[in-house]
Write a protein that binds this ligand. Structure first.
Ligand SMILES: Nc1ncnc2c1ncn2[C@@H]1O[C@H](COP(=O)(O)OP(=O)(O)OP(=O)(O)O)[C@@H](O)[C@H]1O
Length: 270
């Protein structure tokens, strides 16, 4: 496992090649504090029935600073979900290093796959069941705080099946927050949602990142929607299993837009 970077460098004098590369990366991504997520030379391959190894992720490296909302973007099949599953610990990489600050929590694409209890309150409290010595007061207080963070406090007693898709996503995020999670891994949460629900979920995540500055909750949000980048601090852009660019959201947005327009020009001229 990678070591967390200290915010204060006490021996800055002689840099070896690795340190120079780190400094270059930090200049690119603007990392100034602690790192919440880091991948270094991450590879993942699967084997076909004929025993041929097929690379899915190729040499992926990037860092996400604590307390920020980052997006993971790229064309269909480029490896976003696979990378997120590795960060979540659901899948093991073939090689390379991964660090994700703990506790971490993974929220899935389909809201119906993750809300399991009959009411909102019971659902958010569900994950706390494993802490056997936690008092009822503590459970209640965590549930209220978590629902408050995603703007769902007024829905505590609501039956889950009466919620919209976006409200279910926010309840799922509250469940992760109730467990004091430090890193939220969010897989295309807006895929099944209508426009107003999409906006509601992304704003809820952005608000909680802003509100928790002291506690430094970090979120990595997988998306196809370029317009969602406006809510992000930073982004990782992938193509064909590789991290092509990573850095601040405005730079990545510009990079993708230039790519898209040159692609459209190419189609137009052929
Ligand atoms: N276990 C597996 N066995 C074989 N191929 C796999 C496996 N897991 C992923 N892949 C392939 O790896 C590639 C990346 O898949 P992944 O789901 O990570 O992409 P993605 O960027 O999330 O795609 P999308 O945007 O369409 O959801 C795809 O071509 C997929 O078919």
């Amino acid at each position: 496992m990678l070591q967390r970077k200290s915010s204060i460098d006490t021996e800055p004098m002689t840099l070896n090649l690795d340190q120079i590369e780190n400094a270059r990366e930090e200049a690119i991504v603007g990392v100034s504090g602690n790192v919440a997520v880091e991948c270094r030379n991450l590879c993942f391959s699967v084997s076909t029935r004929q025993g041929i190894s097929v690379p899915i992720l190729r040499d992926c490296s990037f860092r996400i600073p604590s307390g920020q909302l980052w997006m993971l973007l790229g064309p269909n099949g480029c490896g976003k979900s696979t990378l997120l599953k590795i960060l979540a610990g659901v899948v093991n990489p073939t090689s390379g290093n991964v660090f994700v600050e703990k506790p971490k929590n993974f929220v899935f694409q389909n809201p119906d796959h993750q809300v399991v209890m009959p009411t909102v309150e019971a659902d958010v409290a569900f994950g706390l069941g494993k802490y056997h010595d936690m008092s009822q007061e503590e459970v209640k207080s965590r549930v209220i705080k978590a629902l408050d963070a995603v703007g769902m406090c007024d829905y505590m007693q609501r039956p889950i099946q009466t919620l919209s898709g976006g409200q279910k996503q926010r309840v799922a995020i509250a469940g992760a927050l109730a467990e004091s999670c430090k890193v939220l891994l969010l897989d295309e949460l807006t895929t099944f949602l209508d426009e107003s629900d999409q906006l509601g979920v992304i704003k809820a995540v952005k608000d909680l990142i802003n509100a928790k500055k002291g506690r430094d909750v970090t979120a990595l949000w997988v998306t196809h929607r370029l317009e969602e980048l406006e809510y992000a601090d930073g982004a990782v852009y992938m193509e064909n299993g590789r991290v092509v660019r990573h850095g601040d959201a405005a730079t990545i947005s510009k990079f993708i837009k230039v790519k898209q327009s040159s692609y459209i020009e190419q189609i137009g001229s052929s």
